[in-house]
Design a protein around this ligand. Structure first.
Ligand SMILES: [Zn+2]
Length: 317
């Protein structure tokens, strides 16, 4: 059980080295950098991943050499230990120990917090005159301090999930609860290869719980005359045309409803990996025909859209 690491202890030179200075030939000589852990780890090389309009390099990382030997429980790369830390530092309404090594995460609290921000955002839109805003404060259902704390916990869980070596680790530790309903991790967290499942799930089930999507940042679309917000766009997964020659592209877009979100993104512009959580909705476009020198291509878009009301809804890494 562990998370991907950017550094390791190199036994041949008795020092900690960064991933950029490591390579495959050095494998067999790496251990976890945490002094009281020092479990054997290996270098995993960078590889290329093809998206609809670009091939992106997936960064190299260190991981556990074997699943038999886990990190020390106090090591910061031990997944279970990390959940314990997050739970200890969070409001126990939201992430609560239910038995030894197992926790309950209440998604409905995140849902309520997002609703609060959504409605206060709407109030501001209705009140274009700032002096009116002063007279009529935004409706707040969850107080700001609690709200920041809930979102922070949610972001840390999302970060941990994005860094875990295998997809199943958190499933064993954190039970996702949405009111009385139990949500599976596979219904809650999606990587770009599972976006089509995400689309179908939202479309079929009238999903109301928040969902996490992990991917690669494509661009930030600037506001226009038609639409006054910045929009975060993720890269669409690569797909072959279907039997009618139509290329169906899954797109993920997040409308930025808060300036702090934009500031966070701009100050982390060197990162390309992104994870977000929001309440998403889906829509399907008609078929577009595009012509260029190489011929005619037919496209259909399956859109997954959400909103960013708080900087802790997004993580660049
Ligand atoms: Zn360790």
């Amino acid at each position: 059980m562990g998370t991907k690491m950017p550094e390791a202890y190199y036994t041949k030179e008795n020092k900690i080295i960064k991933i950029d200075y490591a390579n495959k030939a050095m494998n067999g000589s790496f251990k976890c950098k945490t002094e009281k852990c020092r479990v054997p780890v290996i270098f995993v090389d960078a590889h290329k991943k093809k998206y609809a309009d670009k091939t992106v390099v997936v960064n190299p990382y260190f991981r556990l050499e074997s699943n038999e030997k886990s990190h020390h429980i106090d090591c910061k790369y031990n997944t279970k230990g990390q959940v314990e830390v997050i739970a200890r530092e969070s409001d126990d309404n939201i992430l609560k120990a239910i038995e030894e090594g197992k926790y309950n995460f209440r998604l409905n609290i995140i849902d309520e917090a997002l609703k609060t921000l959504n409605s206060s955002n709407k109030d501001e839109l209705e009140n274009e005159d700032p002096s009116l805003n002063l007279k009529r404060p935004s409706r707040v259902y969850v107080n700001q301090g609690k709200l920041d704390s809930y979102f922070s916990t949610m972001q840390r869980i999302m970060q941990l999930r994005s860094l875990t070596e295998t997809h199943d680790e958190l499933r064993e530790i954190i039970l996702l609860q949405y009111g009385k309903q139990e949500i599976k991790w596979s219904q809650f967290y999606y990587v770009s290869d599972s976006l089509s499942k995400c689309y179908t799930y939202i479309k079929r089930n009238d999903v109301t719980h928040p969902i996490c999507i992990e991917g690669v940042l494509k661009e930030i679309e600037l506001p226009s005359e038609k639409f006054k917000y910045h929009v975060v766009k993720l890269r669409s997964p690569w797909v072959e045309p279907d039997k009618d020659g139509i290329i169906t592209l899954l797109t993920v877009e997040l409308i930025i409803n808060n300036n702090n979100v934009l500031e966070y993104i701009q100050s982390n512009a060197n990162f390309k990996n992104v994870a977000v959580y929001s309440k998403f909705r889906v829509s399907e476009s008609k078929v577009y025909i595009k012509q260029n020198q190489t011929g005619t291509k037919k496209f259909r878009y399956l859109n997954i859209k959400g909103n960013l009301y708080h900087p802790k809804q997004i993580l660049l890494y």
